[in-house]
Design a protein around this ligand. Structure first.
Ligand code: KG4
Ligand code: ZN
Length: 359
């Protein structure tokens, strides 16, 4: 295969990265020096808003409509022509099957037509790699924590090509819990930012919500479904589930949001530093949509300072889904890890309609 770059002066290579795992259609052009030359995210939030979660069929159709204009805009921003690309990377796991297929087909087509390597990106690894990209510093070896709408997972990452799962959620992802609690509190979608805004005026000690598994020093797993149920019973009354006709006082909404957020943050921070302790490492990297949460970031920073742990948190615009974090593909490029054209998608648990998980 031939690299398309013909710039003989400085031999800069360019990679096109595609991301369509869930409901964002994203493309980025990144150089092998990790400079981001073009980056576009076409959000579908407005399409899914009225359903209170991502509807897979709507998501995949919207990706089909958006993928080509998104690629085009990213290339134009970068001032890079298709023939100048040295590789095309695509997140092929995990995600919604129909959504993943759109990005994969586009990437395969470009790889074939341009005769350049096709590189597979694991979306969760990319969320952690966002820390490497943004900091410009070496982050490996590290403990990586991905907290998103579909995942809450801890990894031991000895280098950019190896990610060993240490623990994960046994039920809901943290972001999914934020989204569900937002619906219960009548705060809209996407839930995370809405709960965070409501929590700003609330008392985090007002309700003593459960912190499942937090006290178990032998486990690096998470569980948020009990917390979600506790919030529901606080809103509806014990054993009751219908919150649709309830009109909660604004201060109660704020207090529940703040207490819920504090419980999630306690679990995430507690297990993340337990993982650092258990692996004997001293670097923690945090990414994924929930890492945009300011209280979470603040608590991570306090705990890292107290324990003298190097902490990297993805910058806000690289927390939620984007194609820039697909820069991890350069690591695979350098290792010669190219994919055949029969590369498949590997779906996996990610939030679906109204935040439910699909296998
Ligand atoms: O990584 P991401 O964009 O998509 C997935 O791969 O799932 O994460 C989206 C999740 C949603 O559940 C959203 O509510 C949550 O991240 N989120 C937040 C915040 N911003 C986004 N959760 C808490 N606080 C935030 N500020
Ligand atoms: Zn994500």
């Amino acid at each position: 295969m031939t690299g398309g770059n013909s710039n003989a002066v400085d031999q800069v290579r360019y990679l096109l990265s595609l991301e369509t795992t869930c409901d964002e259609t994203a493309a980025a052009v990144i150089s092998d020096r990790l400079e981001v030359l073009g980056a576009v995210v076409a959000s579908q939030d407005r399409l899914h808003e009225r359903f209170g979660g991502v509807v897979p069929e709507i998501a995949s159709r919207a990706h089909v409509e958006r993928i080509l204009p998104t690629i085009d805009t990213a290339l134009r921003q970068a001032g890079v022509r298709l023939e100048q690309l040295s590789a095309v990377a695509v997140a092929n796991t995990p995600g919604l099957a129909g959504s993943l297929m759109v990005g994969l087909m586009a990437a395969k087509t470009l790889a074939t037509v341009l005769d350049i390597p096709l590189i597979a990106v694991d979306h969760l690894q990319a969320h952690i790699y966002a820390c490497r990209l943004a900091s410009g510093q070496e982050i490996f070896p590290c403990v990586g924590l991905v907290v998103s709408g579909g995942h809450t997972s801890l990894y031991w990452c000895p280098n950019a090509l190896e990610f060993h799962l240490l623990g994960t959620t046994i039920d809901d992802a943290a972001g999914e819990a934020f989204d569900k609690v937002a619906i219960m509190l009548g705060l809209g979608y996407p839930g995370g930012p809405a709960v965070e805004r409501a929590a700003a005026g609330g008392n985090p000690q007002a309700y003593n919500f459960p912190r499942s598994l937090l006290d178990d020093p032998d486990r690096l797993d998470f569980s948020f479904s009990g917390l979600k149920t506790a919030v529901r019973y606080t809103i509806c009354g014990p054993g009751k589930v219908d919150f649709s006709r309830l009109q909660l006082p604004p201060q109660m909404v704020a207090d529940i949001a703040a207490s819920f957020q504090e419980a999630v943050v306690d679990c995430l921070v507690g297990k993340a530093f337990l993982a650092v302790e258990k692996t004997g490492g001293n670097t923690l990297c945090v990414g994924g949509g929930v890492a945009a949460n300011k209280r979470f970031r603040q608590r991570l920073e306090e705990e890292a300072a107290r324990r003298n742990v190097r902490l990297f948190i993805a910058p806000l615009k690289l927390c939620t889904d984007n194609a820039v974090m697909g820069a991890i593909a350069w690591e695979r490029y350098r290792a010669g890890l190219f994919e055949p054209l029969d590369l498949d998608i590997l779906a996996g648990p990610i939030r679906s309609k109204a935040g439910a998980k699909v296998a």
